[in-house]
Design a protein around this ligand. Structure first.
Ligand SMILES: [Zn+2]
Length: 59
């Protein structure tokens, strides 16, 4: 079972989408505006994959 949720991108603030997969306990956040990507296990909070283009180039 999968649930889709509209959220605001933590990277750029645009509309992004978060998907929850309850079979694997993995949530997947994707922002089409800035290519932000976050895949994590929402049960343990462990981040499996994260990609935020703006965050790294701003440093
Ligand atoms: Zn974004």
């Amino acid at each position: 079972m999968q649930i889709k949720q509209e959220i605001h991108c933590p990277n750029c603030g645009s509309k992004a989408q978060r998907k929850y997969c309850f079979k694997t306990n993995i949530s997947n956040t994707q922002c089409p505006a800035c290519d932000y990507l976050m895949i994590n296990c929402f049960r343990t909070g462990k981040v499996l994959e994260a990609y935020a283009p703006g965050l790294y180039s701003h440093r």
